[in-house]
Design a protein around this ligand. Structure first.
Ligand code: NAI
Ligand code: MG
Length: 497
């Protein structure tokens, strides 16, 4: 197995890694594309290209879908659930065996701190372990139709599933889609983001090494226009799992409508973290910091709005600002507190939000600019930023910035906090910090979001369903509900007398 220090040394010396795959992964091996185009992937920590990968086309999509369809019909849907479980379990072990390679590649591709990349890779292994355990427990129901009838349901796999993956959590999002789809008996055609193509390719090969038959999991790399669009409109795709922006999600949903293809959409967020005066301050400070600065805020479920009770505002925010100023920025491989953002375009978008805020006279307590720290070199870094007392209708309180930018909203009391928390177009997650058990659960019921974290932001794991309300999308991933997204229920009723 390749180890992290050798890989990092190789990268320092050569500016690339030999172990990176090239080509699409189709029908059980890395294949040459229909056309010879390639694209560059950038290391956001250096602002420099470090590898090339294949720029796919519609012909490559057609080949991958053909392969997935025939693998579905010829084998995978009829493989015994226990055998599917064994393959997914082996895949989980192989992911762990290869965690150094996967984590280093994820850091180079996405920019995220190496310790976070390890967390994502181990989470991906855990996802395969969880769904391995679920393969042979997809039980149906039976119905009391009286002595003359039998009635029951079975869960059938939906068929060939498309997975459109974003750049902020490349391996996590791939695993979260592939594992339940495969567990249910579906086959997969995936398109990773063009900024972060590599770990999905490596994952497809590990699945193959774990015993997955050829064609059951195919990966085609390239842009949204050249690969994503033809994949989502392909008539042999039975289900689409999309994670990304609201705008592209809308396009995908419209395309899916033409063929009445099923969709699960996991879109953006502007999630509130409600901090009430009776909270455990240390717990809340740690929670708020992690909620916005992990992965430099590029998390759909980031806690990007702090909704804080007025009576503790000054003290709490004072401490929050001093801890934020102490955060170390740096290249992901150096395991900093905060890494770069994923691309130059994305950095410019974040900067745009803050430039407009400055022009409106916003109260920026710390940060607010692209970094000029020499330690961050030519990488794409934005200073960890906190903006105070932002009005509810301000774009900083309504729009997803997807960067290390925390917006503070001040509430008079818990009711006011609830009103502010819900006054937003998104409804993905919400955090609540309070020591009042009843109040926490009252708020949990009233906040319009797909998941609520009480006294620990990001609490829970693969067992817990995840997905959004309002413009954050619909459908649920993770948990047993995530598995049912890849199933069609069939009910059967028979007269037996
Ligand atoms: P995007 O939604 O355009 O990209 C996500 C994926 O969709 C990528 O794989 C992309 O290639 C693909 N795609 C693009 N156009 C497509 C099309 N017409 N048909 C099918 N697939 C297509 O998001 P982008 O441009 O990378 O980021 C823009 C903003 O979206 C970010 O600033 C952030 O606010 C949000 N975002 C939210 C994410 C989440 O986790 N919910 C993840 C990534 C971005
Ligand atoms: Mg990259």
């Amino acid at each position: 197995m390749l180890n992290a220090s050798d890989l990092i040394a190789e990268y320092e010396k050569t500016g690339t890694l030999e172990a990176l795959p090239i080509g699409h992964f189709i029908d059980g091996s890395f294949t040459q594309p229909a056309h010879n185009g390639t694209m560059e992937s950038y290391d956001p920590g250096r602002g420099k290209a470090f590898a090339r990968f294949t720029a796919g086309t519609e012909e490559d999509v057609d080949e991958a879908v053909r392969s997935s369809k025939s693998a579905f019909e010829a084998s995978w849907r009829d493989v015994a659930p226990v055998e599917r479980a064994r393959i997914l379990q082996r895949a989980s072990a192989l992911i762990l065996d290869n965690q150094d390679l996967l984590a280093v590649v994820e850091t180079l591709d996405s920019g995220k701190p190496l310790q976070e990349a390890y967390g994502d890779v181990r989470g991906a292994a855990r996802t395969f372990e969880y769904y391995a355990g679920a393969c042979d427990k997809l039980q149906g129901d039976s119905f009391p139709l009286g002595p003359d009838y039998i009635g029951y349901t079975i869960h059938e796999p939906v068929g060939v599933t498309a997975h459109i993956i974003p750049w902020n959590f490349p391996i996590s999002t791939a695993a979260r889609g592939f594992a339940p789809a495969l567990a249910a008996g579906c086959t997969v055609v995936a398109k990773p983001a063009e900024q972060t193509p590599f770990t999905a390719l490596l994952l497809a090969r590990l699945l193959h090494d774990a015993g997955l038959p050829a064609g059951v999991c195919n990966v085609v790399t390239g842009t949204g226009t050249a690969v994503g669009a033809p994949l989502t409109r392909h008539s042999d795709i039975d289900h689409i799992t999309f994670t990304g922006s609201v705008q592209t999600g809308r396009t995908v949903m419209k395309t899916a409508a033409d063929d009445v293809t099923r969709v699960v959409l996991e879109l953006g967020g502007k999630s509130p973290v409600v901090v009430l005066k009776d909270c455990d301050k240390e717990q809340a400070l740690n929670g708020v910091l992690g909620a916005i600065f992990e992965n430099a805020g590029q998390i759909c479920s980031a806690g990007s709005r702090l909704v804080i009770e007025r009576s503790i505002h000054d003290e709490f925010v004072g401490e929050l600002v001093s801890r934020t100023r102490a955060l170390q920025l740096g290249h992901g491989l150096a395991k900093p507190d905060v890494g770069p953002v994923n691309s130059a375009e994305h950095l410019a978008k974040i900067e745009g939000f803050l430039e407009r805020a400055k022009a409106r006279g916003a109260n920026i307590l710390t940060g607010g600019s692209v970094t000029s720290d020499p330690a961050t070199g030519n990488g794409w870094f934005f200073e960890p930023t906190i903006v105070d007392a932002v009005p509810v209708k301000d774009e900083l309180a309504q729009e997803e910035i997807f960067g290390p930018v925390l917006t503070i909203q001040i509430a008079d009391d818990a009711d006011d906090a609830l009103r502010i928390a819900n006054d937003c177009q998104y409804g993905l997650v919400a955090g609540i910090y309070t020591s009042d058990f009843a109040k926490a659960h009252q708020l949990a019921r009233k906040i319009d979001a797909g998941q609520i974290y009480i006294n620990e932001y990001f609490a829970g794991g693969i067992e817990v369903p995840f997905g959004g309300n309002k413009k954050s999308g619909f459908g649920r991933e993770k948990g047993l509900e995530g598995l049912l997204s890849y199933c069609k229920t069939k009910s059967i009723a028979a007269r037996i007398a």
